[in-house]
Design a protein around this ligand. Structure first.
Ligand SMILES: [Zn+2]
Length: 271
């Protein structure tokens, strides 16, 4: 079985002491390719270096995370576009809206998102989106605001079946449906294994495996069995196993279909 990890932050300082060991461990656990998410301007260089070391195995995605308003300087969008134009760059992300931790800075978050959507429209790379609703879900829906914005301003015109990911999905079915209607896939990670996440498991079942990709969001969000510990890409098979049991599908099938979805979306080179 071969898996694709679609969302890792391996340049995070949590991996400074053993990054190469963790990457080796991940590849020997059945991970074939890793999408490295580099969403802070200060990390773009490290992601480029990581890719240089693991050519055709690690593919960077570059962007500016919602909330990092101080990174929207005069120079950064230009540097970002240069990085996105590199043929090994898999996409733009993670970008979006997060109302959970701080919903007081919506204006600033929209300012970054506007700039990122403009860049996506210019360059035509697929997007990895981050959305998280506020604590008062009805009045603070990041998913609804994000999908409305994409509907209005995202001119990403291609013939592909899918053109982005709602990574680390945590919304309700209406949120998922709004994303699926825009050609977005749903990123499933360790939160699928959390005891209380029954609603999420049902949403994934309803969305169907043809719309799912696997991710860890490491070093964050470890699966239930290692909660509280550092997460890494070798946990992907654990998440796939939990999905296999819940959806009553063979793990091999989950590996094949989610890898095909990721290869198609990111236009990754074949074996
Ligand atoms: Zn992330």
């Amino acid at each position: 079985m071969k898996f694709i990890e679609t969302h890792a932050h391996l340049c995070d300082k949590a991996f400074d002491k053993d990054r190469d060991e963790i990457i080796d461990k991940s590849f020997s656990s059945g991970i074939e390719k890793i999408i490295e998410i580099s969403c802070s301007a200060k990390d773009w260089q490290s992601a480029l270096e990581l890719r240089e070391k693991y050519k055709n195995k690690i593919f960077p995605v570059f962007g500016i995370y919602p909330g990092y308003i101080e990174e929207l300087t005069a120079g950064n969008p230009l540097e970002l576009q240069d990085n996105l134009k590199k043929d090994f760059c898999a996409g733009l992300g993670e970008i979006g809206l997060d109302y959970y931790w701080d919903n007081s800075k919506k204006k600033e978050q929209f300012q970054i998102l506007d700039s990122m959507i403009d860049i996506s429209n210019n360059i035509g790379k697929i997007c990895v989106f981050h959305a998280r609703n506020g604590k008062d879900e009805k009045n603070d829906s990041a998913y609804m605001d994000l999908t409305a914005k994409l509907k209005d301003d995202w001119n990403f015109d291609n013939k592909k079946r899918s053109r982005g990911i709602l990574h680390c999905f945590s919304g309700n079915w209406e949120d998922a449906k709004a994303g699926l209607d825009l050609g977005l896939l749903i990123g499933v990670n360790g939160t699928f294994t959390y005891k209380k996440n029954h609603e999420l498991r049902e949403i994934i079942k309803k969305a169907g495996l043809e719309n799912i990709v696997l991710e860890t969001d490491c070093p964050y969000l470890p699966p239930q069995a290692i909660r509280g510990k550092r997460n890494d890409p070798s946990q992907i098979p654990v998440i796939a196993q939990a999905m296999s049991e819940y959806l009553n599908a063979k793990p091999e099938y989950i590996a094949d279909i989610t890898s095909a979805n990721a290869n198609e979306l990111f236009s990754l080179p074949g074996e």
